[in-house]
Design a protein around this ligand. Structure first.
Ligand code: ZN
Ligand code: ZN
Ligand code: FE
Length: 765
């Protein structure tokens, strides 16, 4: 089936023959569509068969005119519009002439050559950059993007740098962070007391030895600090885990070369493109073997994937070239706190974690974490949008008044709209600590100034107790509240440009529902400016509320209690029941009987947790989502029969349009219990469970009879669920939409809040 790709290419792409290049390539591949220039970059749309489009996207990056340089390339796959022929459209002067803030761009090939060229004046200089690469968003303090408005304002260019900067023919013409060893920032290595142990190359050599000796190194990079350790050293990784209080959550890796990544992991064409793209995100890759010489088993315990990136700052290139093997490169923070950006602050906050600090004196304006991407069915899906992508905008279908959306609670981002531009902040983190909330407030104020947005309205989650919601309520102007799962669906709608009517599926951990219960297994029919909740999972009680998110066995007990009442407590042959002591069981029983601290939920995420516990996969999480992830990994994805399910009412009733469908998981859970008792292989049961959940979505879609289905919410980070749901829906003739540039998790909520408010007519000029 034909598809359309909408793309924006930013960078040195104007006046270098880029449009004719796109045109010729499209003709050669038999694609329809158009290309044009606007003040924001080169925009294109291309329609054709999926294979031709894939080739097109790859050749845009590999075969472009030599003088062009791509600093950012975002695209999304959309429905075809029926274009015929390919045209160069006239430049679009109507587009808002607003200066864009560019994201931070990974070191370019030319600068890398200079970095390793002994004859070059920037040989081994950790701050080499040019107009095509280097820091942007993380050093800018105000617009326009000129040196005085960056954290480079304190460095005066030497005559040689100045000549480059002033010469239109030079690669460093108006490169704002331009610098060299004579005039720019420099690095130092400090010990944990802040005493300097060398500068310049001496600092690098000492840092490499420290890593090799098993020390933990805090490294000041582009958007903040990393904590680095020798990935191959089990003791070093264990020390990092102990000091960071991080039990089993996987650590990201930075590997010196693509070749080494290929040895460790399976890398397809799209994954390789992402790894080496100017955005340089962490890419989740399936590892080849359980064991590796270069990566100790405690880097990502029980995990079939590694999150890997390549060096993107010149400092990383030097460090990894010296070390020669992969390092753990995890965020330089304490859990739930924002990334450290300042070296003195890092010394204080990371005392007791890092042995040495590799620091520099180019200040960082804002913390920008590494982005995380996974490729699913040949397409990239963003899991954390930050460095390399933030703060580039999405496009709204129609202009709206200036609006601020404050997101949810976990994995927070904020969004700002101006006209049709919808700016998305970098990942700001979980608003769990005073430090995180302070960073959220500071960033919210900063970004309004940077984008010159003066919000007349603010949009928040409908949960009144989220810190983001209380912040929104304290602001002047109109305040709109958007239900959490409506926001998820709206985020998927806006980034895929889906025109209603369609069915929006939000399968998620938890979010407050309109009826006061906790939602998370929801289906919305989106049409006529409304989101109608038309189906959901059967509800169950969640003993302990939020505690249940950390203890999957509680979700399991809720499920068992729903089908068997108090008798469930006697089923000691089942893992989750056995995981509680008799005393705990009697407390839980009283809680359930008295309905004390046991919220009602329709959450799909908690159902996944409960099944994980029933299968004995995991009773307690050491990090968010662990039980559901391990359930996914345990599944044998061979073709298998789904368990039975009930959807009620069973047949379309007389008043089909008014009824709400309930997916009753009882036959499924009973089937799983029977299989567990019979000793059926866990992988088989987990596989059948995933298939059942995909089938449930498919059955609801059939009943609601809408041609298009959008999948959103944290559950769709599960690659197996995504693949099977999308596959079954497509086979049944539905068109399926998944997230691409915006995360399916709560990182997409802010975008969805503005999109939902706009769609429901709440934002009026
Ligand atoms: Zn460069
Ligand atoms: Zn200089
Ligand atoms: Fe959510």
């Amino acid at each position: 089936m034909k598809q359309r790709v909408h793309g924006v290419i930013r960078g040195a792409v104007q006046g270098v023959g880029f449009r004719p290049f796109v045109y010729r390539l499209a003709l050669e591949l038999g694609l329809d569509g158009w290309v044009n220039n606007s003040s924001q970059g080169v925009f294109f749309e291309a329609e054709g068969e999926p294979e031709a489009l894939t080739t097109f996207l790859h050749r845009l990056q590999s075969d472009h005119p030599p003088r062009a340089f791509i600093q950012s390339f975002e695209h999304a796959v959309l429905d075809p519009s029926g274009a015929s022929g390919f045209t160069i459209r006239p430049s679009d002067p109507s587009g808002e002439k607003t200066a864009l803030v560019m994201p931070d761009i990974a070191l370019c090939d030319e600068c890398r050559s200079e970095l390793f060229d002994p004859g070059n004046r920037r040989y081994r200089y950790p701050f080499v950059n040019c107009t095509n690469c280097g820091p942007r968003y993380s050093i800018i303090t105000a617009l326009p993007y000129d040196r005085p408005n960056t954290t480079m304002h304190g460095f005066t260019m030497c005559p040689a740098c100045r000549r480059e900067y002033d010469d239109p023919a030079d690669r460093r013409f108006h490169a704002q962070p331009n610098a060299c060893p004579a005039c720019g920032p420099h690095i130092e290595l400090w010990d944990a007391q802040g005493a300097a142990h060398g500068m310049h190359d001496e600092a690098l050599t000492a840092a490499v030895s420290a890593l090799a000796g098993g020390s933990i190194l805090a490294v000041k990079g582009i958007g903040g600090f990393h904590l680095m350790a020798d990935a191959g050293s089990e003791p070093a990784v264990r020390r990092l885990r102990e000091r960071k209080h991080r039990e089993e959550k996987p650590f990201a890796l930075m590997a010196p070369s693509l070749g080494l990544i290929n040895d460790l992991c399976e890398v397809d064409e799209e994954e390789e493109r992402l790894l080496s793209a100017p955005e340089a995100p962490i890419v989740l890759l399936r590892r080849r073997k359980a064991q590796s010489l270069y990566v100790a088993s405690n880097v990502a315990p029980h995990n079939p994937y590694f999150g890997i990136m390549v060096p993107y700052a010149p400092l990383h290139h030097l460090l990894l070239a010296g070390f020669g093997r992969p390092v753990v490169a995890t965020s330089g923070n304490l859990s739930d706190e924002p990334l450290c950006t300042d070296e003195h602050e890092a010394l204080r906050r990371l005392a007791g974690v890092a042995d040495y600090f590799l620091v520099h004196n180019r200040p960082i304006t804002r913390h920008v974490d590494d982005s995380i991407v996974r490729v699913s069915q040949g397409r990239a899906m963003m899991l954390r949008r930050a460095r390399g992508y933030a703060p580039l905008p999405l496009r709204l279908p129609a202009p709206v008044p200036d609006t601020l959306a404050v997101g949810a609670h976990l994995k927070n981002t904020i969004a700002l709209s101006r006209g049709r531009d919808l700016f998305v902040s970098q990942h700001l983190g979980d608003l769990e600590t005073p430090e995180a909330f302070a960073a959220f407030r500071a960033e919210t104020a900063q970004l309004q100034g940077l984008f010159d947005v003066h919000p007349s309205a603010v949009v928040s989650d409908s949960h009144p107790d989220y810190l983001s919601s209380t912040y929104a309520a304290s602001r002047p102007g109109a305040h709109h509240r958007i239900q959490h799962h409506v926001a998820h669906v709206a985020a998927c709608m806006v980034e895929n440009d889906i025109a209603p009517p369609f069915l929006g599926v939000a399968w998620d951990g938890t979010g407050l529902g309109n009826d006061g219960s906790i939602w998370g297994g929801e289906f919305f029919v989106v049409r006529d400016g409304r989101f109608e909740r038309r189906a959901h999972l059967r509800t169950f009680l969640l003993p302990g509320g939020d505690t249940a998110a950390r203890e999957p066995r509680r979700s399991a007990l809720g499920l068992l209690h729903a089908i068997a009442g108090d008798a469930a407590f006697t089923w000691e042959d089942l893992h989750p029941v056995a995981a509680f002591t008799p005393a705990e069981r009697s407390t839980l029983r009283q809680m359930l009987d008295r309905r004390f601290h046991v919220p009602v939920t329709s959450s799909a995420g908690r159902l996944f947790d409960g099944v994980s516990a029933l299968l004995g996969v995991r009773q307690r999480n050491t990090f968010e989502g662990q039980a559901a992830m391990e359930l996914e990994w345990s599944a044998r994805p061979a073709l298998c029969e789904p368990y039975p399910l009930n959807i009620t009412p069973p047949e379309p009733g007389s008043n089909a349009l008014a009824e709400t469908l309930i997916i009753d998981w009882e036959p499924l859970v009973r089937g799983i219990i029977a299989d567990v008792r019979e000793g059926i292989d866990t992988g088989v049961i987990a596989g059948r469970f995933h298939r059942t959940m995909a089938a449930a979505i498919c059955q609801v879609a059939r009943r609601l009879e809408l041609e298009r289905v959008a999948l959103s919410g944290g559950c769709f980070q599960n690659a197996l669920l995504s693949r099977w749901t999308a596959g079954m829906l497509s086979d049944a003739g539905f068109r399926v939409y998944m997230h691409q540039r915006i995360p399916p998790n709560d990182g997409g909520i802010a975008v969805g809040q503005i999109a939902a408010a706009a769609y429901q007519g709440m934002l009026k000029f």
